[in-house]
Design a protein around this ligand. Structure first.
Ligand SMILES: [Cu+2]
Length: 200
């Protein structure tokens, strides 16, 4: 249920891998240099320091290289995040109502459900509303999470591709039974969805 259920999830994982990869390389580089310096320049081997002046080339390099690295990571992270905030034209809207401690989904035709049913291969805008405190709608398989804030309408865009059932969780501590605040998203084929939405 936690696999990559959407192309968006794959993009999020790629960015994650990129950032973790760069971090691991940096960690290895810094740790190796640190161990080398501890051994090579300890007091026994190097009783008197010979190079104590600053080195401009070195200082420019360790400002410029990390800046480029950080901007590089930011670029990819932001590009993927931005994708999740743009509501495509023709997106289907579903109203999400979060309350202690349950989810409710309301469709344009007035149908209500405790589990979310959506058609595959269509963009869906989820309008997030809270009836009481702050919640957070989290669909792990879609790698997407958005705050559901009392007194303010927030939104989330999903584009399910693979049919199937995935978990929806509340990811913001919202009281005693927060840990039980789960629901499911069922991604149906277009035909199945049309049949489901018409049944009351
Ligand atoms: Cu909650």
């Amino acid at each position: 249920m936690l696999g990559q259920a959407t192309k968006y999830a794959e993009s999020v994982d790629s960015v994650m891998l990129l950032i973790v990869g760069i971090s691991v390389l940096l960690l290895l580089g810094v740790t190796t240099a640190m161990i080398y310096f501890v051994i090579r320049y300890n007091k026994k081997r190097n009783p008197k320091a010979s190079q104590i002046e600053s080195n401009n080339t070195l200082e420019i390099l360790w400002i410029v290289i990390p800046t480029i690295l950080v901007l590089f990571m930011f670029y990819f992270g932001y590009a993927v995040f931005h994708e999740s905030r743009v509501v495509p034209k023709g997106a289907m809207t579903v109203k999400v109502i979060a309350r202690m401690w349950a989810w409710e989904f309301e469709y344009n035709n007035g149908k209500k459900s405790n589990e979310l049913y959506v058609p595959a291969n269509r963009s869906i805008k989820l309008e997030l509303n809270s009836m009481d405190v702050n919640h957070s709608m989290y669909i792990p398989a879609f790698r997407i999470k958005e705050d559901v804030i009392f007194g303010r309408q927030n939104y989330m865009v999903i584009h399910p591709e693979k049919t199937g059932t995935y978990i929806i969780a509340c990811a913001e501590y919202c009281g005693l039974r927060h840990s039980l605040m789960y629901s499911k998203i069922h991604v149906l084929t277009k035909k199945e969805f049309e049949k489901w939405i018409a049944e009351f």
